[in-house]
Design a protein around this ligand. Structure first.
Ligand SMILES: [Zn+2]
Length: 258
């Protein structure tokens, strides 16, 4: 992904998705009005920041992308694997307890929030459909990304080999030390490949990027872009729940058909 500026708003974007006309971004800390520890572009009203500032930040983000805020659909994320198909009827609403959103409706923006978890943006250029997933370790081992792609196949006849996937900035294998519970879940969820997903050097680290890319490859997805940007190493650009000891904001991933 490339780091682009729209006025004061700094966004990470995929060159391939931009070329194909897909409106999208992973946001950063830059371009908003919130004070520390939410400085400055915090997009969640549930972390201690004021609703007024979050609304202003959302306004600035939508303006930077040329999108209508009233058309955005988000979710109360559950660190699980449920996926919702969104239509124009859901514009401006929050879907409860899902971590994946899909649509083929123009004029509907899909948005999810992050601070270390993995954002995955999906585009089917044949059927003009999009998807967005939020995968922390729980969503990764319960395979929210697999479910999101499968929902696109069922709803839009998306062929995995047509699908373009972008795995955005999130905590990297460099910084994501895990304990026994997570390790056991990874071994159970990925029995063939868990050794590739765990880096052991005194402590055990999980590679969430590859754990999600593995799911895509198993489905037949070939076009996979991995940003490779670790949020815990780049708190100048991103909120990191782990590095900032939970006292931080949320950035967003957003995708819309043009
Ligand atoms: Zn790192």
């Amino acid at each position: 992904m490339q780091r682009n500026a729209k006025n004061d708003v700094i966004l990470y974007q995929s060159a391939q998705l931009l070329d194909l006309g897909v409106i999208h971004a992973v946001t950063t800390r830059h371009g908003g009005v919130s004070p520390a520890p939410f400085d400055t572009m915090n997009l969640s009203a549930h972390v201690g920041d004021t609703s007024e500032r979050v609304q202003e930040n959302l306004e600035r983000l939508h303006n930077a992308l040329g999108l209508d805020r009233a058309a955005t659909v988000d979710a109360s994320q559950a660190q699980a694997n449920q996926v919702a198909r969104v239509t124009a009827n859901e514009r401006g609403t929050r879907i409860r307890n899902v971590d994946g959103l899909i649509t083929n409706a123009r004029g509907v923006n899909l948005m999810l929030r992050f601070a270390d978890c993995v954002p995955i943006l999906l585009y089917d250029p044949t059927h003009h459909a999009i998807g967005l997933a939020h995968a922390g370790w729980r969503g990764t081992v319960s395979k929210v990304l697999t479910n999101t792609v499968n929902e696109m196949r069922a709803a839009f006849e998306t062929a995995p080999n047509d699908l373009i996937a972008c795995i955005g900035p999130s905590i990297g294998p460099c910084c994501y030390e895990i304990g026994a519970e997570v390790r056991e879940n990874v071994e159970r969820a990925f029995p063939e490949t868990f050794e590739l997903l765990l880096r052991q050097n005194g402590s055990v680290h999980l590679d969430l990027w590859q754990a999600n890319a593995t799911q895509l490859r198993a489905l037949g997805v070939r076009q996979i872009e991995i940003a490779g940007v670790c949020t815990a190493d780049h708190t100048d650009d991103f909120y990191s729940w782990r590095r900032e000891h939970a006292q931080t904001g949320r950035f967003a991933a957003l995708i819309a058909l043009s």
